[in-house]
Design a protein around this ligand. Structure first.
Ligand SMILES: *Cc1c(COP(=O)(O)O)cnc(C)c1O
Length: 398
C-alpha cells in the first residue's frame, strides 16, 4: 500500500465557492422569477483585444507549415516574450534582466510550485485574509504557517513585526480579496525586514495593472534592495483577460543567493531553473505569441480599455458604499471592493441577506481567513448593466 501524503487531510474543505453555488441554486429554485446578479466572481468577462487574437491566430498558423512549425520551446519561455516582459517593467521604471524571467501557464501554478525550492523547516508568514493558494500549498507540504493579521485598523496592510523572525513572507499587492495596495514606504519596510532576517519575500503582483495611482509601486523590484530578497509572480489573467488562455511569469533575480545549512551558497534562480526544466516543458508557443502581443503598444491600449471598464464598475460599487457610510477598502487600484458587513452581520449571514433581499451574490470574507469573517467582497468583473442594477438594489436596502 502506498503511504499517501497525509498532509492533505489537514486542508480545510474548500467549500467556499461550492457553498455559494449551493445556496444560489437553492434560492433560484425557490424563486424562479427573480433575477440573480453575480458580483462574486474573481474571473474576467471581457473578450481578448483584437491584437492579441490576431497574434494567437498567427501562432496557430505557424504550426501549419514545416518552415515555421514549433516543437518543444525553451522551458523558461521564448526570448521574444521574456524581452517583452522586461520592456514592460522598464516602462514602469523597473530594471529586470530577461534571464531572470520564467514564463509559465499562470501565477497559481508558480505560487504553488515555488514550495519545491524551500525546505519544510521555515517560519512562513502569510497574511490573513488572503488568496487561499499560499496557505493550502504550504499545508500540502506539512509546513507550519504563521499568520499576520490584516484588519480594518491597519487598512488590511499588515506590517512586519521586528520582534518576530521569518524566513518566507507572502505578500499580495494589490490584494485579493481586500483590494488594499502597499505604498513604497510600506514595501521598503518589508524589504528591509526581509534583508535583516535573511528572508525571502514571495510577491504576487497579479493585479498590478489595476494600479492607477502613479505613486504606488507596481512591482516589489521598484524597491531598493528587493533583488536580494524577493521573487515576483506576475500573471496575464487579470491584466489581459488570460484566465482561460493561461500565461504568467515568475521573476527570480540572480542576485538572490542564500546559504545552505553547511554554508554553501546557492542561487534561487538556478534552483527554480532546475525545478522548471525538470517538471515543466514550457508554455504553448501559440499562447506565448498571443502574450507577446499584450506588451505591444496596441495590445496594451486594448488591455487598459478592459481594465478601465472594470474600474468604472468598481467606482460605481464604491460610490454607493460611500454614500451609505459603509466602511470599505480597495476599489481604486483594484477590481475588488471589500467592505464591512452592515448591522454587525457576519459574512455568511450577510451573504444570505443580500441574496434574499436584493438577489446579489458576493463572496463572504470568511472564505479568505479568520480576519475576513465580518467582511464581504464584491468584484468589478461583472457587466456594466448588472453592476448598475445590483447597486441600485443595494442602495434601496440600507
Ligand atoms: C487571479 C489571481 C492570480 C492569477 O492566477 P493565474 O493562475 O495566473 O490565472 C494570482 N494571484 C492572485 C492573488 C489572484 O487573485
Amino acid at each position: 500500500m502506498p503511504k499517501i501524503n497525509e498532509n492533505y487531510l489537514n486542508l480545510k474543505e474548500s467549500y467556499l465557492f461550492s457553498e455559494i453555488n449551493h445556496r444560489v441554486a437553492d434560492y433560484t429554485q425557490k424563486n424562479p422569477d427573480k433575477k440573480v446578479i453575480r458580483l462574486g466572481i474573481g474571473d474576467v468577462t471581457r473578450p481578448l483585444g483584437s491584437t492579441i487574437i490576431k497574434a494567437l491566430h498567427e501562432g496557430v498558423d505557424a504550426m501549419a507549415s514545416s518552415e515555421t512549425f514549433k516543437g518543444y520551446g525553451p522551458e523558461q519561455g521564448y526570448e521574444f516574450l521574456r524581452n517583452a516582459i522586461a520592456a514592460y517593467y522598464e516602462g514602469h521604471g523597473v530594471d529586470i534582466n530577461p534571464k531572470d524571467i520564467f514564463v509559465s501557464d499562470g501565477a497559481k501554478s508558480d505560487t504553488g510550485n515555488i514550495t519545491d525550492i524551500f525546505g519544510n523547516d521555515n517560519v512562513i508568514l502569510i497574511p490573513d485574509p488572503v488568496y487561499p493558494v499560499y496557505v493550502d500549498t504550504n499545508i500540502m507540504c506539512g509546513r507550519k504557517i504563521t499568520y499576520i493579521s490584516g484588519t480594518a485598523e491597519n487598512g488590511f496592510l499588515p506590517m512586519p513585526d521586528k520582534n518576530v523572525h521569518a524566513d518566507i513572507i507572502y505578500i499580495c499587492s494589490p490584494n485579493n480579496p481586500t483590494g488594499a495596495a502597499y505604498n513604497c514606504a510600506q514595501l521598503k519596510e518589508w524589504v528591509d525586514y526581509a534583508l535583516e532576517n535573511e528572508a525571502v519575500i514571495l510577491y504576487d503582483s497579479a493585479y498590478e495593472a489595476f494600479i492607477s495611482d502613479p505613486a504606488l509601486p507596481r512591482s516589489i523590484f521598484a524597491i531598493e534592495g528587493a533583488k536580494k530578497c524577493a521573487i515576483e509572480f506576475g500573471s496575464l489573467s487579470k491584466t489581459a483577460g488570460f484566465t482561460g488562455t493561461r500565461c504568467g511569469y515568475t521573476i527570480v533575480p540572480q542576485e538572490l543567493v542564500f546559504k545552505t545549512g553547511d554554508g554553501q551558497e546557492v542561487s534561487l534562480n538556478a534552483f527554480w531553473n532546475r525545478r522548471q526544466t525538470t517538471k515543466f516543458n514550457g508554455t504553448s508557443y501559440i499562447i506565448q505569441n498571443g502574450a507577446a502581443a499584450v506588451f505591444t503598444e496596441e495590445g496594451m491600449v486594448q488591455c487598459m480599455e478592459n481594465i478601465a471598464y472594470y474600474k468604472e464598475n468598481a467606482r460605481i460599487i464604491a460610490e454607493v458604499l460611500e454614500r451609505k457610510g459603509i466602511r470599505y477598502f480597495g476599489g481604486k487600484n483594484s477590481p475588488y471592493i471589500w467592505f464591512e458587513c452592515p448591522d454587525h452581520m457576519e459574512s455568511w449571514e450577510f451573504f444570505d441577506y443580500l441574496l434574499n433581499h436584493a438577489q446579489i451574490v458576493g463572496t463572504p470574507g470568511a472564505g479568505f481567513g479568520e480576519n475576513g469573517k465580518d467582511f464581504f467582497r464584491l468584484t468589478a468583473f461583472g457587466t456594466r448593466e448588472n453592476t448598475l442594477e445590483a447597486m441600485e438594489r443595494f442602495e434601496k436596502l440600507f
